[in-house]
Ligand binder design. Sequence first.
Ligand code: KIV
Length: 284
Amino acid sequence: MSHVKPVRRTNVADIRNRKNGEPIVCLTAYTSMMTEILDPYVDLILVGDSVGTVLHGHDSTIPVTLDEMIFHARSVKRASPTSLLVVDLPFGSYEASPQQAYETASRVLKETGADTVKLEGGVTQAASIRFLAERGVPVMAHIGLRPQAVRATGGYRIVGKTEEETANLIADADAVTEAGAFCVVLEGVIESLAREITDRISIPTIGIGASPACDGQILVTEDMLGYFDRTAKFVRRFANLRETIDQAVSAYADDVRGRRFPGESETYVKPAGEKSNVTRINRS
Ligand code: KIV
């Protein structure tokens, strides 16, 4: 399907206005290189704290620091002319109080040029979301499966299988909406509950493992590009880059070992008759 993106940067009002409208397309990015490729196709880019597991080899998002988030967000911002840029507040940088959340969020916006922040939590973070929203910091909320809470919840579990979980998640969705979040990520939520919440609240829901019922979808880019052997059930691999890279690196190693690389066309030679000892290198 062809989609015409506005030439200006997408803003939070554009996202809010897509409630019950054209699905909102979101992906994660941590580097300029990836952002340059994604930006023309997506509405929103999240610099997720998933950077900890995807790029830095951690087994959860807990160790990710605020300085690391800022470092990656600056790289993404340089290459993103049109998408709404959201940056995750990492574990330990906002939960203590609305004041702490504001200080962290304002540092992120000032130092990265990002448009908004995301934080995990529903009822428990509603006061902070309100505090930020009232002071001009747009907030994307994140409820359901909360990766920063896996130490407390006992792992990456789908939400909505019991009546208690259902009631709690509805309360979370209502709380973040009333507090002024401009949209909410629903992660790992069963379809009937994702549908009920999407129908119930006035802000867009962005699903990850939360069914097609949501107003938009997000995936970790490296998951959908097929960088990992194992991924969650909800990930569709749109490419198999791990295999492509594996084949390329294996061919390179074979060619270096077999002295087939570099070849003649990849080698600088002194042109016949040139006096200078310097051969110009054209990097373009
Ligand atoms: O950190 C992240 O990438 C996220 C998305 C998966 C929603 O929070």
